[in-house]
Every structure is written in C-alpha cells, then in structure tokens.
Design a protein around this ligand. Sequence first.
Ligand SMILES: NC(=O)c1ccc[n+]([C@@H]2O[C@H](COP(=O)([O-])OP(=O)(O)OC[C@H]3O[C@@H](n4cnc5c(N)ncnc54)[C@H](O)[C@@H]3O)[C@@H](O)[C@H]2O)c1
Length: 264
Amino acid sequence: MPRLQNKTALVTGGARGIGAAIARAFRDEGADVILTDIDGANGQAMADEMGAIFVRLDVSTEADWDAVAERFPAIDVLVNNAGITGFEGPFDGAPPAHDPENASLADWRAVHAVNNDGTFLGCRYAIRAMRAKGVGSIINISSRSGLVGIPMAAAYAASKAAIRNHTKSVALYCAGQGLAIRCNSIHPAAIMTPMWEPMLGDGLDRPDREAAMVADTPLRRFGDAAEVAALAVMLASDEVAYMTGAELTLDGGILAGSAATPGG
Ligand SMILES: NC(=O)c1ccc[n+]([C@@H]2O[C@H](COP(=O)([O-])OP(=O)(O)OC[C@H]3O[C@@H](n4cnc5c(N)ncnc54)[C@H](O)[C@@H]3O)[C@@H](O)[C@H]2O)c1
C-alpha cells in the first residue's frame, strides 16, 4: 500500500530541485500534491508532469498564504522547502557580499524574508489547516548551514539556524495543544540542484570545482534530491508518528566529525 495514501501535501518551492523531488516522491506514494512556487512556468509544467495541482505562492507574502488557506483549508502534510542563499542573481558585476562585515541590511533581510518569514507563515497556515483533524506533519527544510557558521553566507546560515529552532517551538506548541501535529527539520548539505549553478558555472573547470566542493565530505560526492525526498516521505508518513522536534542531517557525513579530528 502506498505510504501516503489519503494524504494531501503542500510543497513550497516545488518547481525544481529538492522541492520537485519531494513532490514527485509524495505523488509516487499516493499523496494528492499541491505544488507551489513563485516560478509559474516551471511550477505549472512540473505539476502537470507528475499530476499535481500548481498554485503560485511566494512564501514571503502573507496575502499569498491567506489565499492558499482559503482554497485549501485542510491539509495533512506541509513541506517548507522554498529557500534562497542570496547568490541567485543575476547581478550587475560580482555577487553581493554576504559576510558579517560587508553584507548589506537589504541583502540580509531578503534572505530572511524568504527563508524565515516563509517558514513562519507556512507553519502558521499548517497548524490551522491540520487542527480540525488534530494530526499532521510539517517538514522544514533547514540545512547543514543551520548547524554551523558559514562566514561568507551569514544571512543564509542564520536563517537556517532560525528554521531549526522554530521547528522545535512549533513541535512543542502543537504537542502542548494536545495535537498530533509533528514538526521536524531536515538538514541537507551539498545536494546537486540548480541552486549550485552560480557556484559551479559551466566552464571547463566545472568538474574540478565540483570535486573541490565535496573534497571534505566523507562520502566524497554530492547528494541527490531524491535522497532528501526519501527522508521527507518517511517524515510525512505515519511510520514515525512518535518523531517531533527532531533534526535530521543528510550530509554525506560532514557533521559526524570535525576538520580537527586526530588521525584524519
Ligand atoms: N541544494 C543544496 O545543497 C541544499 C543544501 C541544504 C539545504 N538546501 C535547502 O533546500 C531547499 C531547496 O533547495 P534547492 O537546492 O532545491 O534550491 P533551488 O534553488 O534549486 O530551488 C528553489 C526553488 O524555490 C523557489 N523559490 C525561491 N524563492 C521563493 C519564494 N519566495 N516563494 C516560493 N518559492 C520560491 C525557486 O523558484 C525554486 O523553484 C532550500 O530551502 C535550500 O536552502 C539545499
């Protein structure tokens, strides 16, 4: 029997990358999927391909969430996946600085608007949309960057750390309300998606850049979006009904040790 039969799931940022992989895996497991994104063209095409409903949703915009709540007052699963690093571009010249000394307040806020406001608004919608049944699963896509400092992507790292913590507040709040609404965070690292394109480029040195980026990863490769989706399916299913407030890393082993580990 499919693991998500009779469940309705909403996925944000589903037009490509990890969100698209999660939406596809949910469909494969029998869920009805509402695939959302700010990218209307690719979002619609992706939804059509997998038999999902597409809705344009900018996660940082409260009015967009209000419209979603009106159209879909009840859901079983929400994946807060949409996120940005601040390096998406295109830029006039060099990408903006995102280190703690030189980042602009506008660039800092832009990252937080999508990653944090989006996750807050999504969780708020989901709690309300799951309250009648009293059961549901909220899955927040944080990052390895939410668990360690990233000097050159400070806003991204801080925003992902906030997602980790908000996940635990939501989990405890729902449990305290007597609701079986679970909330957990996934912390991927180096998953090969279009998010990496600006950093990898399409020059002849691309293979070298790829290898350099995973040189410190114990499994020495990028992860696949389908591997994140497999974890999301488990969290969305009833198989782990006792898991809430948890943070699950999916990072090829990076966080298992430290660069200073004796003996390499
Ligand atoms: N790829 C990785 O290595 C990696 C690692 C850790 C965490 N993550 C996280 O996983 C999530 C997905 O990453 P990805 O690699 O698939 O990224 P991606 O850039 O390939 O896709 C992101 C999607 O989100 C959409 N989006 C951007 N802003 C939006 C907004 N305001 N409202 C709605 N949709 C919006 C984009 O249109 C795009 O379809 C992000 O939260 C990211 O931070 C990714």
